[in-house]
Design a protein around this ligand. Structure first.
Ligand code: FES
Ligand code: FES
Length: 250
């Protein structure tokens, strides 16, 4: 850079490449450390802004209520076991169970009645279906203590005197199972289905709920059995087995 002085006026010739240097050296309102009289610097600006923000939030922070003390434990105290009498397949069973025990676990774990199966344990597959007072329920969603005084029927109670029920026989004849894991639930469910349809109770598949008699269609049977899943896909044969019993062929 070369400079010439003409009186009080100074001209500056800037060499190529020196412009950036000269520009960078010029004082700026947002320069970091340089203080130039009363000009606002970057550091000063940030410090002022931070102080203002802190002051603005201070009253709120002071006004906020203190968080409530966290309880030492959120788990409820254990409920003590209680005596319960369950009538299962016509026989009374005196048990001592915690109130949280499901009917499914009482059957399988306490009474070793393993015919009733545990699939999802959350009411989605129907493997645990049993009959309570003639109605099908998911035993995994039923507390055992709630079933006291009720008539509980499991798959072990469907046969009488060594004779399979008509549905059990039909399931064998129609090859309505493969692995058999869902079959106890399917049999209990189908047993209640037969009673429901004979009583002419309508379902979501009933075309006209004002009809006196419900038609034994595949749609009706499939709809009423829709809560029982079969991972082997034996559905067509299950429907055939139920239809054959409904028709009195078994
Ligand atoms: S185990 Fe109860 S519905 Fe699946
Ligand atoms: S027969 Fe295997 S799940 Fe139904």
């Amino acid at each position: 850079m070369q400079g010439e002085s003409h009186g009080s006026h100074q001209t500056v010739a800037i060499e190529p490449g020196a412009e950036h240097e000269a520009h960078a050296a010029a004082p700026s309102a947002f320069d970091g450390d340089a203080q130039h009289g009363s000009q606002l610097t970057r550091r000063g600006f940030l410090q002022s802004a931070l102080a203002a923000a802190t002051l603005a939030q201070a009253p709120q922070a002071l006004a906020q209520p203190k968080p409530a003390p966290v309880a030492a434990t959120l788990a409820p105290p254990d409920a003590p076991p209680q005596a319960v009498v369950l009538n299962i397949n016509g026989q009374d069973h005196r048990l001592t169970l915690e109130p949280r025990v499901t009917l499914l676990d009482a059957l399988r774990e306490t009474l070793a009645m393993n015919g009733t199966k545990k699939g999802c344990d959350r009411g989605q597959c129907g493997a645990c279906t049993v009959l309570v007072n003639g109605r099908r329920v998911n035993s995994c969603l039923t507390l055992a203590v709630m079933a006291e005084g009720d008539r509980i029927v499991t798959v072990e109670g469907l046969a009488h005197g060594g004779q399979l029920s008509p549905l059990q026989t039909a399931f064998i004849e129609h090859d309505a199972f493969q692995c058999g894991y869902c079959t106890p639930g399917q049999l209990c469910s189908a047993t209640a289905l037969l009673d429901e349809m004979r009583a002419h109770s309508a379902s979501a598949a009933t075309p006209d709920v004002r009809q006196q008699a419900v038609a034994w269609s595949d749609d009706e049977i499939r709809e009423r059995m829709s809560g029982n899943l079969c991972r082997c896909g034996a559905y067509p044969n299950i429907v055939s087995a139920i239809r054959s019993v409904a028709a009195g062929k078994v």
